[in-house]
Design a binder for this molecule. Structure first.
Ligand SMILES: Cc1cc2nc3c(=O)[nH]c(=O)nc-3n(C[C@H](O)[C@H](O)[C@H](O)COP(=O)(O)OP(=O)(O)OC[C@H]3O[C@@H](n4cnc5c(N)ncnc54)[C@H](O)[C@@H]3O)c2cc1C
Length: 448
């Protein structure tokens, strides 16, 4: 093969799901990806850690039955047989009581509100999920204002504020109503939640993608932070480990403020929303020998508990896959500059075990095998009203730099499914610009 026939190389910055899926789709289009990953492993926010020879998720992760892009990728990689699906429930811990929160009957039994408010909650939910068919107008409205109008102040402060805080922390008040409406109608849809888990954690998918990418001629470079990206109309240049390299194009999966810091020359002027704020997260994983409760996810509103909620992933992940252990995640979504984010691991561990002991009478510290603490500074962009109009496109101005990043997810939730869909859209844009056309399968999938 002479140089003119060699597949054109595309740099992919970041080896989380967005980077891996981008590389996988680039190879299917005859381009040659080179992934630069700063860490010593792939997976980004879906990365794993080891406990007693077991592979566990640093942050709780499940798959929804509506995750069509992700499930299609899993099937394509031959892993569909390793998925398990379970019906799951949600709980609400408030005023010293634990309530189920999974449908009209639960709402009627939710004694944290007077009966008249329970009725209003049900009617409001009916309006949001069944009657309001188009939510586009809500992009210009704060979720707080809209929910106060639909549900009234008591229901807002008892139910909606804790729910919004559990995702956006102290910045809940700036979230657009469109994001909430979309999440409730498109993603939850008022149906019984079915959640899925992949045997071997997301690591199984990461490993399968790594193997598919390297077998087809792509390159993966770990411990390779990108320090500089420059791009013009015909090429992109990447600086990593003291070396500059030219590529036909580059796809960045970095949070936009990190891309801004890395961008050089003209590209630095083209990075959109470079001041976008993100919620970070601190979470502790309590590895226990005993089940905690019956719910997958529980919102907690209690001054004795230093976290926003509890996720017990072993309601989806079969405990027998991990030696009959139970995994209890407690989390705080917060600003990476906040006091909560800076708390020492020891303090977070202590708060996790003490808080669970106070809330759950049958939780026993003696059943705890270990507690691990992980943090991430850029988890969820803090969406602003009117974001739909300024959601960044795949290509940065007229350069050969492209993005496939969570800042494009809105109004979808940031999740592996969304990242796979975004990666496909971005690769379609790259291939169209570089080659003039794309493989039809990819185009059809991107249009779907
Ligand atoms: C607590 C928690 C729970 C979640 N639950 C779920 C769930 O149940 N289901 C679900 O689908 N999703 C869930 N998510 C969301 C999901 O993990 C993310 O949306 C997704 O992983 C984002 O992928 P990404 O590739 O865009 O970013 P990331 O995973 O952040 O990947 C970016 C990568 O870029 C690398 N990088 C950074 N700087 C550089 C540099 N200069 N050079 C090279 N590489 C660099 C990073 O090391 C990282 O590997 C959860 C996230 C959290 C934190």
């Amino acid at each position: 093969m002479n140089a003119a026939q060699a597949p054109r190389r595309v740099a992919v910055i970041g080896g989380g799901i967005a980077g891996l899926a981008s590389a996988y789709f680039l190879l299917k289009q005859g381009l040659r990806p080179v992934i630069f990953e700063a860490a010593d492993r792939l997976g980004g926010l879906g990365a794993h850690f080891e406990h007693d020879g077991l592979t566990l998720d640093r942050f709780y992760h499940v798959i929804l039955d509506s995750d069509s892009d992700l499930c299609a990728l899993i099937a394509e990689l031959g892993l569909a047989g390793d998925l398990v699906w379970r019906e799951t429930g949600m709980g609400f811990h408030i005023g010293d009581n634990l309530y189920g929160f999974n449908g009209p009957i639960d709402v009627l039994r939710f004694r944290a509100l007077p009966f008249v408010d329970r009725l209003r909650t049900g009617l409001g939910a009916l309006y949001v999920t069944q009657i309001k068919r188009n939510g586009l107008d809500l992009d210009q409205v704060y979720a707080r204002d809209w929910l106060l109008r639909v549900f009234g102040p008591r229901i807002f402060s008892r139910i909606w504020e804790p729910l919004l805080r559990a995702k956006f922390g102290d910045r809940f008040a700036s979230v657009p109503a469109y994001w909430v409406w979309n999440t409730l109608t498109r993603e939850k849809n008022g149906k019984q939640e079915i959640k899925g888990y992949l045997r071997g954690t997301y690591r199984a998918l990461t490993d399968a993608l790594y193997s598919a990418i390297s077998t087809a001629g792509g390159e993966v470079r770990l411990n390779s932070p990108v320090d500089g990206i420059d791009a013009g109309a015909d090429s992109a240049t990447i600086e990593s480990r003291g070396r500059g390299e030219h590529f036909a194009a580059a796809i960045s999966t970095l949070p936009l403020p990190l891309l801004k810091r890395t961008a050089r020359g003209r590209l630095a002027e083209c990075v959109p929303h470079s001041d976008l704020e993100y919620q970070g997260v601190v979470n502790a994983i309590v590895v226990s020998r005993r089940q905690l409760e019956r719910y997958y996810w529980t919102i907690v509103v209690d001054p004795r508990f230093a976290f926003q909620g509890v996720v017990e992933t072993t309601h989806v992940l079969p405990p027998e896959w991990i030696g009959d252990r139970h995994l209890i995640y407690v989390m705080n979504y917060c600003d990476a500059d906040s006091e909560i984010y800076a708390r020492s691991d020891d303090l977070v561990r202590r708060q996790a075990v003490d808080g669970l002991s106070q809330l759950y009478p049958h939780f026993r510290a003696a059943d705890v095998e270990a507690v691990y603490v992980f943090r991430a500074p850029h988890v969820e962009p803090v969406w602003k009203v009117g974001y739909l109009k300024s959601r960044p496109p795949a290509r940065l101005a007229d350069t050969r730099a492209y993005i496939s990043t969570t800042a494009q997810a809105y109004p979808r939730v940031t999740a592996w499914n969304t990242s796979v869909a975004l990666a496909r859209e971005t690769v379609t844009a790259v291939v169209t610009d570089l080659c003039g056309q794309t493989n039809q399968t990819l185009e059809r999938a991107a249009a779907a």
